[in-house]
Write a protein that binds this ligand. Structure first.
Ligand SMILES: Nc1ncnc2c1ncn2[C@@H]1O[C@H](COP(=O)(O)OP(=O)(O)OP(=O)(O)O)[C@@H](O)[C@H]1O
Ligand SMILES: [Mg+2]
Length: 452
């Protein structure tokens, strides 16, 4: 059955462009310039999807959303908003809007939303659209490597948020690539030319956090010799990435929460209100659930930050990524260390590396390979190099230590028996089943001296 969409917006140009967009994708399109009329149409049509502008002339878009979600819960709603409406946008997501898209509408973003919709409802995306998807959201993202299902899910999520300003919480064990993902979200998006500012929360101390985040005016306190621009202000229309958010002191968490709520701040010692449009990203390797139950992380802050969450799986759960990662990392390491590009037998490497759990994840893999590249004796990485970098003894070596040539076994055994019988030749010959001349010749052959 054909999918149908109702577009409610007071701008005729948006209705026109959405009409073309959806018709091209095989949808039945209905439109309304007014909120109340749109609501009445939605009640009658029960469309699969409503595209809803938040600012409508006759009624608040959020009220329309609320009624649709209550009366026709199976209808999905995509909100279209202006950047300044972040508060409303968050509210709309909380009220059950499926996605929001900023004006001017980017058709790729709309395609991404439809793709997401198809995932949850099976509606609305045909093969043609998936091709559009594949082209735009290049799955290897050129520098975040991975082809496992788990990483593809991560890439899709990145693609869905790059061009919006939605707040994203990235969770995953240490070394899984959280920072890399934060950068991808920023640098693959339409705001890539704007600043990307990192705030390492583990370095924040309560007393200085406010200055660090919001900045201060000259003379605000003793020692404030000049005006200091805080990280949020530096981020401008770009991104501020709160790394290790789980380490943020509690007092600072409240300050950040207030900012997230109001989207504005004042420098310490100033009264001038500065509005911020910066996109917020946060990452942590801590279990925030546990921290919240222990009251060391604020639950309300968690909800503000996790409008969208990305869970980066540990490497042990996606070992199929190891060959690809190794190939990419060895090239990267060779370039960084100016070492001759090493070649390696991919099957051999996969065989060896897949047996480890990699508690330090991709970072540990990268470090191990760096050691291997630096220690390798030739431009070919051997099994020995890989084992040595892992700090393990290779199987070959283990075996060679276990098994020795026959002559050595004989020599060791003769010594063992001689020692056991206090170098009594008669007893030793009886045990070994040989004559005295034979024993003497063997002592000579193996250069075994008299009693040691
Ligand atoms: N999928 C990937 N493809 C290529 N390189 C990766 C990938 N994941 C991680 N790396 C590399 O591994 C190292 C660790 O990644 P990153 O610093 O992003 O991890 P993290 O999750 O932030 O770790 P931590 O919690 O310890 O801060 C980096 O050098 C990064 O480039
Ligand atoms: Mg990190």
């Amino acid at each position: 059955m054909e999918s149908n969409v109702l577009v409610i917006d007071d701008q005729p140009s948006i209705l026109e462009s959405m009409n073309v967009f959806f018709q091209q994708r095989g949808w039945m399109v209905y439109t309304s310039l007014k909120g109340l009329k749109g609501l009445a149409m939605a009640r009658k049509l029960k469309p699969d999807l409503v595209i809803l502008d938040i600012k409508l002339p006759d009624i608040d878009g959020l009220v329309v959303l609320e009624k649709i979600k209550k009366e026709i819960p199976q209808t999905q709603v995509i909100i279209i908003t202006a950047y300044q409406d972040m508060e409303n946008t968050i509210a709309s997501i909380k009220m059950g809007a499926f996605e929001f898209i900023h004006k001017p509408i980017d058709i790729h973003e709309m395609d991404a939303a439809l793709y997401k919709l198809s995932k949850i409802s099976g509606k609305g995306v045909d093969v043609k659209n998936q091709q559009i998807q594949g082209k735009r959201f290049n799955y290897d993202m050129s520098y975040i490597v991975g082809k496992s299902m788990a990483m593809k899910e991560v890439f899709k999520k990145i693609a869905l948020v790059t061009d919006s300003r939605v707040t994203v919480l990235i969770q995953g064990e240490s070394g899984t690539g959280k920072e890399l993902i934060a950068k991808a979200i920023h640098f693959q998006g339409i705001y890539k030319k704007q600043p990307f500012i990192v705030m390492d929360c583990s370095t924040l101390v309560d007393t200085l956090a406010e200055s660090e985040l919001f900045g201060y005016e000259k003379g605000a306190f003793t020692g404030a010799d000049s005006t200091f621009v805080g990280r949020l202000e530096k981020a401008g229309d770009g991104t501020i990435f709160f790394d290790e958010i789980g380490e943020m002191p509690l007092q600072t968490q409240s300050k950040l929460l207030r900012f997230l709520h109001e989207k504005e701040f004042v420098r310490v010692g100033s009264t001038k209100v500065i509005r911020s449009n910066a996109r917020i990203l946060a990452a942590t390797n801590r279990e925030l659930d546990t921290m919240m139950s222990q009251k060391s992380f604020r639950e309300d802050l968690f909800h503000r930050l996790s409008v969208m969450t990305i869970h980066v799986p540990p490497l042990r759960d996606r070992k199929s990524d190891i060959p690809l990662l190794a190939d990419y990392l060895i090239k990267k390491i060779s370039a960084q260390t100016h070492m001759q590009v090493k070649s390696f037998d991919s099957d051999m490497l996969t065989h060896i590396f897949s047996r480890y759990d990699w508690p330090g994840n991709v970072r540990q893999l990268e470090n191990t390979l760096t050691r291997a590249v630096l220690m390798a004796k030739s431009s070919l990485l051997t099994e020995e190099d890989l084992y040595a970098a892992l700090g393990k003894i290779s199987e070959k070596k283990q075996k060679s230590e276990l098994f020795k040539p026959l002559c050595e076994v004989e020599k060791d055994y003769i010594i063992k028996v001689l020692d056991a019988f206090d170098w009594h030749f008669g007893k030793t010959c009886r045990i070994l089943g040989i004559t005295r001349p034979t024993l003497r010749s063997k002592l000579k052959k193996y250069n075994i001296g008299s009693k040691r």
